[in-house]
Design a protein around this ligand. Structure first.
Ligand SMILES: NC(=O)c1ccc[n+]([C@@H]2O[C@H](COP(=O)([O-])OP(=O)(O)OC[C@H]3O[C@@H](n4cnc5c(N)ncnc54)[C@H](O)[C@@H]3O)[C@@H](O)[C@H]2O)c1
Ligand SMILES: O=c1ccn([C@@H]2O[C@H](COP(=O)(O)OP(=O)(O)O[C@H]3O[C@H](CO)[C@@H](O)[C@H](O)[C@H]3O)[C@@H](O)[C@H]2O)c(=O)[nH]1
Length: 486
């Protein structure tokens, strides 16, 4: 049984979009609206942010985020019909359609602390629109928000906007993944547009459909009611993260039984109802979205008096935490139950390959555990800036003494430098550079203390090949139990 495509008749008169403003020049606003500008040379796109340094970087040769292919997109459209600016008022005044693409982090205090989304940035951007708009606007939620946020935005706009102006709110959640953002935006699985079921809601949705229709096949642009659209974004992330927690839960069973998690994933993934994607066991999912959005769903469920539903989703995050702990405990027990003063080379600090983003990266938690055991940690990542690593490790609540941190942690400029003199190499991010076809593991082995351990938290290495070199190799979801029946 499969779900059915929602049907909406959008055959209504609607206006053609000529100018777009995007509030928020981050990981989503930047690539998303740069792609719109690239694909729609007839539309002027201005991306605005309060952060001057970020805007300066977007206007420079050194973009503020690393994404394969993004430099080319930005360079082609910038100053043609793509502009980056801190003049938020001007961009709002001139635009027909405004994307709100600001951050929606988990609340750090107050009601819903640790779970609910902090909608302060969305509200402030919405109030800004209401304050300065002098003509009708289509306001689009691009940020990931709890279900029914569109209603709050509408109330704020209607209560504060100038008399006689019309504001239509659309939900248009973003599904790009970091590291593949340009590819995902170029050929999305689907574009989702939610609107109110009113004539003006349909008209606004039609205007946005026309923008995407410049490059996305029409059948991939889905329109639906605004609440379904808002919830679909949280649902997609919850289901994706749940798959990872499920395969990671199975990885623990594999390690204890002699089953191999990659083989299990392959076998189950051939079932067309399950499918092969997102079944790679790992050190746990990271990134700015999965945990935040699931906790948001947990909070929503609790607010709706659905404690069993809340508990169900909470377990997806709990399993993710358990995976990081279990991985580190395995490192400690393998290294003869003590890692005090042992050098551990951590390869990879980003939350996944092909990005410099470290938000909620599993490496941060794993290094915290290693530090608690008094290990000396040497970190290497090909894309993450040194300052970002120090910032993440010295985050309040994780480490408060930067001097102590720097005595225990060093940052290396190559995998070879990190591994020299180490007792163990720990792969935390699946960068291609770390594969045994790209790194000289014989050289690494020669430079390490013996026995030399490798902990593959991403299943990217050829275990047999490395064992032949002399390494003791430990992989997530795999054990070296005897294969004979006993
Ligand atoms: N990062 C992703 O891969 C991804 C993917 C899909 C959806 N999302 C969602 O998109 C939203 C944005 O995420 P992000 O990763 O781009 O965040 P981000 O922190 O990288 O960028 C947000 C930007 O908004 C700016 N901002 C905040 N308030 C503003 C205001 N009032 N006026 C002008 N600028 C303002 C901030 O300065 C910041 O530069 C979040 O809701 C997130 O959940 C993120
Ligand atoms: O089989 C897998 C797939 C992913 N991961 C990890 O899961 C995390 C998230 O990966 P991914 O989903 O590829 O990257 P994100 O950029 O976080 O993208 C997710 O979050 C975005 C923000 O909401 C959504 O737009 C995307 O659709 C959704 O995939 C990373 O740590 C990955 O290493 C695994 O461990 N195993």
């Amino acid at each position: 049984m499969s779900s059915q495509r929602p049907v909406r008749t959008l055959d209504v008169p609607h206006k053609a979009i000529k100018k777009i403003c995007c509030i928020g020049a981050g990981y989503v606003g930047g690539p998303t609206c740069a792609t719109i500008a690239l694909k729609c040379p007839h539309i002027d796109v201005t991306i605005v942010d309060l952060n001057q340094a970020r805007i300066d970087a977007w206007n420079s040769d050194n973009l503020p985020i690393y994404e394969p292919g993004l430099d080319e997109v930005v360079k082609t459209a910038r100053n043609r019909n793509l502009f980056f600016s801190t003049d938020v008022d001007k961009a709002i005044i001139e635009a027909d359609l405004i994307f709100v693409s600001v951050n929606t982090p988990t609340k750090k205090s107050g009601v819903g602390k640790g779970y609910a989304a902090d909608l302060g940035y969305v509200e402030s951007a919405t109030r800004h629109i209401a304050k300065v708009a002098t003509s009708d606007k289509i306001v689009v939620e691009k940020s990931t928000v709890p279900c029914r946020t569109a209603a709050s935005m509408r109330k704020i706009l209607e209560a504060n906007g100038k008399a006689g102006l019309r504001f239509d709110i659309l939900s248009n959640p973003e599904f790009l993944a970091e590291g593949t953002a340009v590819k995902d935006l170029d050929a999305p699985d689907r574009v989702l547009i939610g609107s109110l079921d009113t004539a003006s809601g349909f008209a606004a949705a039609s205007s946005l459909v026309d923008v995407y229709a410049n490059w996305v096949p029409r059948e991939r642009v889905i329109t639906m009611n605004v609440w379904s659209s808002e919830l679909s974004k949280l649902a997609a992330n919850a289901l994706l993260a749940q798959r990872i927690s499920s395969i990671n839960a199975l990885s623990a069973i594999c390690e204890a039984t002699g089953a191999d998690v990659d083989e299990v994933a392959y076998a189950v993934g051939l079932d067309s109802r399950i499918g092969p994607k997102f079944l790679k066991a790992s050190v746990g999912f990271g990134g700015s979205c999965f945990q935040k959005d699931i906790l948001n769903l947990v909070y929503l469920s609790e607010s709706l008096h659905l404690p069993d539903v809340a508990e169900y989703w909470r377990q997806v995050v709990a399993m993710n935490e358990s995976q990081k702990r279990r991985f580190t405990e395995h490192i400690i027990s393998s290294l003869f139950n003590t890692i005090t003063n042992k050098r551990i080379a951590v390869l990879g600090f980003a939350f996944k390959k092909d990005t410099g983003d470290t938000r909620e990266s599993s490496a941060i938690t794993i290094i915290k555990y290693l530090r608690a055991e008094q290990a000396k940690v040497a970190i290497y990542d090909p894309k993450v800036e040194e300052s970002q690593i120090w910032f993440d490790l010295a985050e309040p609540g994780i480490v408060d003494d930067v001097t102590a941190l720097k005595k225990q942690v060093s940052i290396s400029s190559s995998a070879y430098e990190a591994a020299a003199g180490a007792d163990a190499v720990v792969i935390c991010t699946e960068w291609d550079e770390f594969k045994d076809t790209n790194l000289d593991y014989e050289k690494i082995y020669a430079s390490m203390n013996k026995p030399a351990f490798i902990f593959d938290g991403r299943l990217i290495l050829n275990q047999n090949k490395l064992e032949k070199i002399g390494f003791k190799v430990e992989c997530i979801g795999r054990s070296r139990l005897e294969e004979t029946f006993e």
